[in-house]
Ligand binder design. Structure first.
Ligand SMILES: Nc1ncnc2c1ncn2[C@@H]1O[C@H](COP(=O)(O)OP(=O)(O)O)[C@@H](O)[C@H]1O
Ligand SMILES: [Mg+2]
Length: 448
């Protein structure tokens, strides 16, 4: 079928089947590039007493991996339990929330249990049920009590229950976060079958869990990196095929490159391109460069404000050079770069747009301004590495790349400052770069 054969409702259904920029994925068919991580998690969960902690940058796909792994592990007699933390969450509020969800999801099973199990169990279940619904009981402060609750959750919920505790990083109190390490040890000792997958934003596990919890043997830790090239392509390729569209390999490479490995951008750009083609109302069978640029521009307009805002703040009411300095910063595979390499990128970009480059000291002054509050701290230094910079939030780098692209500059995506990175694609892309930028209308400047 071609895209012109679908009515709007059919089109939307196909789009939703393949793309979800604002929602984590829970099914293995749609989770690209994570088979090894999934397998490691699966093995860890099958080991007695082991649980999993997934960490990495915002938007890299932690919730999706956690939910897909939970769906894989959870027995079919119930749904896995999902708890999303917030700044005020405490150890006890999370345990209560797990119990409440287990009870709500398990009414049929509870009926069966009450019919078949001995009355002591029913009594225990009732007392647990009462304690979680009783607002005057302010906390389950003993780890022992919490593991009793989880023991009952294990009984009422399902054959193989699993809980996902997401956004763990948002819990303000370090003390509350630390309680989970004693709790996990306790669960292991008591042989309780409910499993836990935690997920949270962090560059390092120690900074989130402290040295103590990050080293306990009850936790398998998974650091999630940006998505591989293949996985980025697959997302776009799948939806294009679903809509009966062909897409040229070069365009796939560009979408994959511009996304910087953050699946959110791949979904968003693909969604905008597909809508553009659908609304053209013609018998399009192949996505072209014009569709691509329309998609990019629409994606920029609808990007989450928290990703857009730092770039706008850092460039607003300042000279154009601030745009170029930020683009230079994002012009490599590496998230952390030293000033020599950033300046090299800058000089190259200025050549491409035919403008005079600043001398290095003036360039460095601007780079340094971008680390300050007036620039929303869009850049930061790198711990223990003088003269190195990174984006405070890696995902903002993706927005910078998107913005540069919408102005006709395709930043390098696979080429690394360090020569050890794969080069085939990098060579192909860098040799194309001058050509690509000259295909874009000259003098076009998109305002932020
Ligand atoms: N492996 C993947 N393959 C395809 N899409 C993904 C993958 N991982 C995440 N996504 C998509 O990327 C977006 C962000 O993912 P999410 O899991 O919410 O990230 P995080 O929890 O790390 O912030 C979501 O729209 C999700 O649908
Ligand atoms: Mg998440």
């Amino acid at each position: 079928m071609a895209i012109s054969d679908f009515n709007e409702q059919e089109f939307v259904e196909i789009l939703k089947k393949y793309l979800s920029p604002a929602k984590p994925i829970g099914s293995i068919e749609r989770l690209h590039g994570r088979s090894r991580a999934l397998r490691d998690i699966e093995k860890a969960l099958y080991a007695d007493g082991r649980n999993v902690f997934i960490y990495g940058d915002r938007g890299v796909g932690k919730s999706s991996l956690a939910q897909t792994a939970a769906n894989q592990y959870q027995s079919s007699d119930n749904k896995f339990i999902l708890v999303e933390c917030c700044p005020d969450s405490t150890f006890s509020s999370i345990i209560k929330s797990i119990a409440r969800k287990a009870v709500n999801n398990s009414s049929e099973r509870i009926e069966k249990i009450t019919k078949t199990k001995i009355s002591a169990k029913i009594l225990s279940y009732e007392s647990i049920n009462k304690s979680i619904s009783d607002n005057t009981l302010s906390s389950f402060d003993s780890i022992d009590h919490a593991s009793d609750i989880i023991q009952y959750v294990s009984e009422i919920h399902s054959e193989r229950p699993i809980v996902v505790i997401d956004e763990f990083d948002t819990i303000k109190s370090e003390e509350e976060r630390n309680l989970f390490s004693s709790f996990l040890k306790h669960l292991g000792d008591k042989d309780i079958k409910t499993k836990f997958i935690f997920a949270g934003i962090s560059q390092t596990l120690e900074s989130l869990l402290g040295a103590h919890m990050s080293s306990i043997r009850q936790l398998e830790t998974v650091r999630l990196e940006r998505l591989s090239w293949d996985a980025r392509w697959e997302i776009v390729d799948d939806v294009a095929k679903g809509l009966g569209l062909k897409i040229d390999r070069n365009l796939l490479i560009r979408i994959a490159g511009i996304s910087d490995g953050f699946p959110y951008y791949v979904h968003l750009i693909a969604e905008k391109i597909m809508w553009h083609i659908f609304e053209k109302n013609n018998s399009c069978i192949e996505i072209n460069i014009e569709d691509y640029y329309c998609g990019i521009n629409k994606a920029i307009d609808s990007i989450s404000p928290h990703l857009k805002h730092p770039y706008e703040k850092a460039t607003l009411a300042r000279d154009q050079q601030y745009h170029y300095v930020l683009w230079s910063m994002a012009d490599a595979y590496d998230l952390q770069r030293n000033t020599n390499n950033i300046y090299k990128s800058y000089v190259q970009i200025m050549k491409e747009i035919n403008e005079k480059a600043l001398e290095k000291p003036a360039f460095l002054r601007r780079l340094s301004t971008l680390k300050q509050k007036s620039s929303e701290f869009i850049l930061t230094g790198v711990y223990d590495r003088k003269g190195w910079y990174q984006f405070r939030e890696s995902m903002v780098r993706g927005y910078v790349r998107l913005f540069a692209e919408s102005n006709g500059i395709e930043l390098r995506a696979e080429t690394s400052d360090e020569p050890k990175m794969p080069t085939a694609l990098g060579r192909e892309k860098s040799s194309n770069r001058a050509h690509q930028s000259s295909t874009y209308p000259k003098g076009y400047w998109r305002s932020s």
